[in-house]
Unconditional design. Structure first.
Length: 509
């Protein structure tokens, strides 16, 4: 049995602790958990910063958790402590994180909405892995309503079609409409209009009306399932569409105190219950799902799983396939040349594997190269001239499942420099990046340029390449073509960065 691991999540409505251990077959045993309410979201959405009072409460909660973890032999340095979107939106987040570190020893890391989706996917996949539930036969939506945002994943036949972090959360809505509306009907209309405004862009990625599988995660929807649904297994519930709607209608007229008393929940949870379930209901009505699956899991479970995923080759392979599926769907959305993109991805991967010992980057770099290869020409949708700049813009302003905002920024830099004679180091903005990021971008861009040059005509002429490293050259052998003129011309234009980065002259035979 491995040593217990711990994670703390600082959210918009509370601070939550989870301690768990993993068995040899990757089963997660929960050892300890705690949750303390704290309205950070209300502070940020009202004043743009975390108040002094909330900071004091946060420090006290974390000191209490520190003592709790001591009983498990876990130190603050060994604990992963994350904060979600609310923290990132706070103007004084850096100051608060520094105070937390100094006074409690916990180092807080802010995760963005895209990373939240990644962690939730891991948690949900783990919850469903032993159940006879197939996600690869039906279009699926996964929805998580939080205090700050609503996280959404759209899957087409088991593959990730799109991810979105919508600025639509219970606390955000409450603060936005406070003192402006007087009835539940007004709140309902506001939420419905907010969801409807996003529907058009979502339909470009997946037809919502054809979605039959609806997966909802969160303590509010779990409460609905506990009251009106039925268990499938220990941590998985199911509730019928009509039963969910009847439960929502039932609680519409309850006061906050009544919700807290009837359902034995805290006052802060009761405050958000009606709006949270309302958001779920409106998305449910956009689909044709007759039932809602409710896994009893959360981002903390996903975070613990992410810590072992790199050690699990099968899990990492499945996760990477979802990342590339999300990138391919983005390419499809902008009508890119999918055959060329996939070919360049395959060749770039082959080059990376050949040079792996000399590249000296973490394994994550390879998946960033694959995503960049798939999306390097996506800017042609806007205009062919300077399409590398357009590609960079599209990537930088898109959401790709499994990649953090920093990862996406690196991919956008790689596609930015994949063509032309301009070297990244000639760009002032490039020089402002951390050295480790600059080296990664240089190495991966160099490889992408070579892979792109080998499909100059977008015809995928070479189906069987062999690559060999010689003392001063990288030799690429083709097996099924004698006409290499165009490709050699492209290599002469694009190999300069590769040669200066790795010290090898590229030879095509």
């Amino acid at each position: 049995m491995a040593a217990p691991e711990s994670v703390i999540e600082i959210g918009s409505t509370g601070v939550r602790l989870l301690v768990a251990e993993f068995t040899a077959d990757r089963k997660q045993n929960i050892l300890d958990r705690s949750a303390m309410p704290l309205s950070l979201g209300r502070d940020v959405f009202t004043n743009g910063a975390i108040s002094q009072e909330s900071q004091n409460q946060l420090v006290q909660i974390l000191k209490r958790y520190k003592e709790q973890l001591t009983g498990w032999g876990i130190t603050p340095e060994e604990t992963v402590c994350i904060a979600t979107n609310t923290f990132r939106d706070a103007k004084n987040s850096d100051l608060v994180m520094d105070r937390v570190l100094v006074q409690t020893g916990f180092k807080v890391r802010i995760v963005d909405g895209i990373e939240e989706n990644k962690l939730m996917y891991l948690a949900i996949s783990d919850c469903l892995k032993d159940e006879p539930i197939e996600l690869n036969t039906e279009d699926t939506i996964i929805l998580v309503v939080g205090g700050s945002t609503t996280e959404m994943m759209l899957m087409s036949h088991g593959k990730m079609a799109a991810v979105h972090s919508l600025r639509l959360g219970t606390v955000r809505i409450d603060q936005h409409i406070k003192n402006q509306v007087s009835s539940y009907d007004d709140i309902q209309r506001f939420v419905k209009e907010s969801v409807t405004n996003t529907k058009g862009s979502l339909e470009n990625e997946l037809n919502l009306s054809q979605i039959k599988r609806f997966i909802a995660v969160g303590q509010d929807v779990t409460l609905a399932a506990l009251n009106k649904g039925h268990p499938i297994s220990t941590f998985l519930w199911e509730i019928g569409r009509e039963d969910f709607m009847s439960f929502l209608e039932e609680i519409q007229d309850y006061s906050i105190d009544e919700c807290a008393g009837r359902f034995k929940i805290s006052y802060s949870e009761a405050e958000n219950l009606q709006v949270s379930l309302l958001i779920y209901s409106i998305f449910i009505q956009l689909t044709s799902a007759e039932t809602i699956l409710v896994p009893e899991t959360n981002i903390r479970n996903g975070l613990l799983l992410s810590r072992i995923s790199n050690k699990n080759e099968e899990l990492q392979k499945e996760f990477n396939s979802q990342i590339t599926a999300s990138a391919k769907n983005l390419l499809r959305k902008y009508h890119g040349d999918e055959n060329h993109a996939e070919y360049v991805r395959i060749v770039a991967t082959q080059l990376y594997d050949t040079l792996k010992d000399e590249i000296g980057l973490e394994e994550q770099a390879k998946i960033l190269l694959e995503v960049a290869a798939l999306l390097h020409d996506i800017g042609v949708f806007i205009r062919y001239d300077n399409h590398n700049l357009h590609s960079s813009y599209i990537v930088k302003n898109s959401e790709i499942f499994g990649l953090s905002r920093k990862d996406i920024s690196i991919v956008s830099e790689i596609v930015k420099y994949h063509k032309g004679h301009i070297m990244p180091q000639d760009d002032d903005s490039f020089q402002m990046l951390p050295r480790s990021d600059r080296m990664m971008i240089m190495k991966l861009t160099s490889i992408l340029r070579i892979a792109d040059a080998l499909d100059r005509g977008h015809l995928q002429k070479f189906t069987d390449l062999s690559i060999k490293i010689l003392p001063n050259a990288l030799e690429i052998h083709t097996q099924n073509s004698n006409n290499l003129v165009l490709e050699k011309m492209a290599l002469s234009e694009k190999s300069e960065m590769f040669e200066s980065t790795f010290g090898y002259k590229v030879i095509l035979i």
